[in-house]
Design a binder for this molecule. Sequence first.
Ligand SMILES: NC(=O)c1ccc[n+]([C@@H]2O[C@H](COP(=O)([O-])OP(=O)(O)OC[C@H]3O[C@@H](n4cnc5c(N)ncnc54)[C@H](O)[C@@H]3O)[C@@H](O)[C@H]2O)c1
Length: 438
Amino acid sequence: MLSPIGSELKKKITNKTAKVSVIGLGYVGLPLAVEIAKAGFSTVGIDVNKEKVDKIKSKNSYIPDVAQEELARAVSKKKLMATTDYEILTEVDIVSICVPTPLRKTREPDISYIIAAASEVSKYLHQGQLIILESTTFPGTTKDIILPELEKKGLKVGKDFFLSFSPERVDPGNKKYTIRNTPKVVGGVTPECAEITKIFYQQIVEKLVLVASTEEAEMTKLLENIFRSVNIALANELTLMCDRLGIDIWNVIEAATTKPFGFMPFYPGPGLGGHCIPVDPIYLSWKAKTYGFYSKFIEFAEEVNRNMPYYVVRKITDALNTHKKCINGSKILILGVAYKENVGDARESPALDIIEILSQQGAEIIYNDPYVSQVKIGERKWQSLSLTKNLLSQADCVVITTGHNSYDYKWIVENTNLVVDTRNATKNLLDKEKIVKI
Ligand SMILES: NC(=O)c1ccc[n+]([C@@H]2O[C@H](COP(=O)([O-])OP(=O)(O)OC[C@H]3O[C@@H](n4cnc5c(N)ncnc54)[C@H](O)[C@@H]3O)[C@@H](O)[C@H]2O)c1
């Protein structure tokens, strides 16, 4: 049974007259805002970055997963608007918060963006509003940090407004699983908060999964990402071991994957990247430490994964050595600086660590990435160069750091002297003579 304000909001949701706002229009927020607008809700995106807001107003998508035409259609139909001004929230019924949750330099959680957004939402909070936090964060954030901020003005959760946590599970670049067909987990501060959030997301997502609390929902997202981090670390550690034993780990993983039950493949690589897998586990281990609990799995996985760029550099050193060359003075062409294939996001990318280590050791670094036109490490900037026969032949070593589908690996290997492949991207090539795999 819903309360009168709950029933009122439900009515607005089901007849699509509810106004929705998405705060933070990045990799998570913009696709979500477009999906909500496509479902028929009048949606307004709020971002502190005026450039992004202006791009949306001029119907330009800046996120590869958001098709230009879809964004343009939503804006033209006036279903999607964008602003830097939080005051619009006075007219809004449902607010979804998708701001960043990075780490501080000290590698502790930085939830200042969440607090800043919550404090703005709090200024305009009114009866019957539903607030949903989507940003990945440690258990307790919604109840212990957002809730007191929202209740400052005297409104009470469950009675005057609703508050939930529902983690975003978007996988950038994934064409099969989208917002619509990826089940969405919801935990409410009260059962009615969860119910109302479920009713809202049912308009956009095919399957909803209710959990008992906001803490369970926060922890679910962290478990998913820690599962990946730990299993990738296992694949990475076994890679180092197999290197010593003279066994090809890639063949081993392929063979193990033929088992129809009880095995799921994870692959080694040059290290972890992106906003989620390298960052989120630390949110949990930090929180656990405040309870005197030390997570060995999380910390060990981080150590193994963070050492992978150094292992790749060692492989490059060994490969150059076979050509009587050393890193100092060699021209090294990095192929792919995005943290994973077919995306334009270079945040936390291991390719950047590899570039930095090689540069410090005196290599001349050049790079190509069809999705990332420039990168900056400290004060130094690199521009992506066109991938030509000439560029390939100039390089003393080509390092495949990201396995973009658009690369023609046969052509790349044919036109260069030495390739270090960190992604097994060259697995189908017959002539392996020039190739060193990690
Ligand atoms: N990128 C992913 O693949 C992914 C997947 C699942 C979950 N997440 C989580 O979702 C959250 C957002 O990640 P993202 O990748 O979209 O980040 P992002 O950096 O791409 O986007 C965040 C946006 O929030 C804006 N912003 C910052 N502070 C703001 C404020 N106070 N008010 C309004 N706007 C503000 C920024 O300008 C930026 O446009 C993070 O918690 C992340 O861990 C990310």
